[in-house]
Structure formats: structure tokens, C-alpha cells
Design a protein around this ligand. Structure first.
Ligand code: GRF
Length: 203
């Protein structure tokens, strides 16, 4: 059965691109990206999608009175596309409880820190300002509490003397792109098992 993936984006889309490439080169079998939905009209992620023949959809938040209304529109699109897995890839909006309930343990996010450290925005700058010697990225299932769902995979990188948030983010993005495609492959291959907060990778 082909796993249908819908990707929510807001920006550049390097994590989207990583998954597109892994599907196209056969690293990820039995999956297709049904659509890419952006809350930002000019997101380059939409251009990336269209370059690969994937439907890019701009869903304008300004047309909705509330987060709930917006997410109801998203749920409608996700269902129409028969979505099995929702990826948040550089997506900057907080998803509503109803969307999370509709796709329990089927919404995955990537965050540029070793959660639970440095939740929220500018995680790379938070790490620099705190003075940590190592940081990394976290791929996790999405739950109502921000950046707090069960952790699927983490990758660690050192923080170098003289690193800025920008130099750190650039190095970190390489690891994020790797982690995300590895996790999507595990999900598609049915190898992720969630027990409460604990995610196990089946052999
Ligand atoms: C990445 O650091 C991601 O972790 C964060 O947004 C940044 C850009 O992601 N959520 P992308 O290049 O748009 O996938």
C-alpha cells in the first residue's frame, strides 16, 4: 500500500526536498507526496514541490477567523488527498488539537534542538546564548504541547567556538535533512512503535 504523505511548510523547504529526493531515488519505497501546503504564499518550498510535479497549495491564514478554522481547512485538504502521514517541515504555525487528534501519531515534526531543551523559535540562537557545547535536532510525533511529543530520532552536533546562530543553523540543517528522511523511511516501512512517550524502532 503506498503511504500518502502531505507536507506542511512555511519557508525554504530543505527538509521537504530531502524527503522528495529520498522518494525519487528509491531510498524510501511505497510512498508518495500527495501535496505540499504552505501558510506563506511565496514559500520556496512550494516552488520545490512544483519542480517535482507535486501539487503546491497556498492556504491563506488571513481568510480564517481562528486557528481552528484554518486547521479545519487543512483537515479537509488532507482528507481529500487521502493523507496517511503529515509532515511539518519548517512549518511555523502551531497546529490545533483537532488536527492532532485527527492524525494521532501520524504527524511528525522536526525541531532544530535536542528537545526538551530550547523549545520554540530561534532554537539555534537559544543554544548559542546558553553556551551549550553540543546541540542537535529532534524528530518527534506532534502532540498538543509545543515541541513535546514522543521523540523518534535525534542527531547531535558540536557547537564550535565562534559559532553564530547562522553558522550553527547551516551545519544543523544537514543533520536535520538526514534525520527527517531516515524517520520517514522508518514510518513508511512500519518500523515505528509508540508506547506512551517511548518510540521504539522495530527490527
Ligand atoms: C529548520 O531548521 C527546521 O528545523 C525549522 O525550520 C528550518 C527550515 O526548515 N523548523 P526548511 O528548510 O524549511 O525545511
Amino acid at each position: 500500500m503506498t503511504v500518502k504523505i502531505s507536507v506542511l511548510v512555511s519557508g525554504n523547504g530543505t527538509n521537504l526536498q530531502s524527503v522528495i529526493d529520498a522518494i525519487e531515488n528509491g531510498d524510501i519505497d511505497n510512498a508518495e507526496i500527495a501535496c505540499v501546503i504552505s501558510d506563506k504564499e511565496g514559500a520556496f518550498a512550494l516552488t520545490r514541490a512544483e519542480k517535482h510535479g507535486i501539487e503546491g497549495i497556498y492556504a491563506n491564514p488571513k481568510l480564517c477567523a481562528s486557528r481552528q478554522d484554518y486547521d479545519n481547512i487543512l483537515i479537509g485538504i488532507l482528507k481529500e488527498k487521502e493523507t496517511d502521514l503529515v509532515l511539518l517541515a519548517g512549518y511555523l504555525r502551531i497546529v490545533s488539537d483537532s488536527l492532532i487528534e485527527e492524525y494521532k501519531n501520524r504527524i511528525i515534526n522536526i525541531h532544530p534542538s535536542l528537545l526538551p531543551s530550547f523549545k520554540g523559535l530561534n532554537a539555534q540562537k537559544q543554544a548559542i546564548d546558553y553556551g551549550v557545547k553540543y546541540t542537535g535536532c529532534t524528530v518527534h510525533f506532534v502532540e498538543p504541547d509545543l515541541d513535546a511529543g514522543p521523540i523518534i530520532m535525534q542527531k547531535v552536533i558540536p557547537v564550535f567556538d565562534g559559532d553564530t546562530a547562522e553558522t550553527l543553523a547551516k551545519r544543523l540543517l544537514v543533520e536535520e535533512n538526514k534525520a527527517y528522511r531516515e524517520v520517514v523511511k522508518l514510518f513508511v516501512d512500519g518500523k515505528l512503535e509508540v508506547n506512551g512517550r517511548i518510540v521504539k524502532i522495530k527490527d
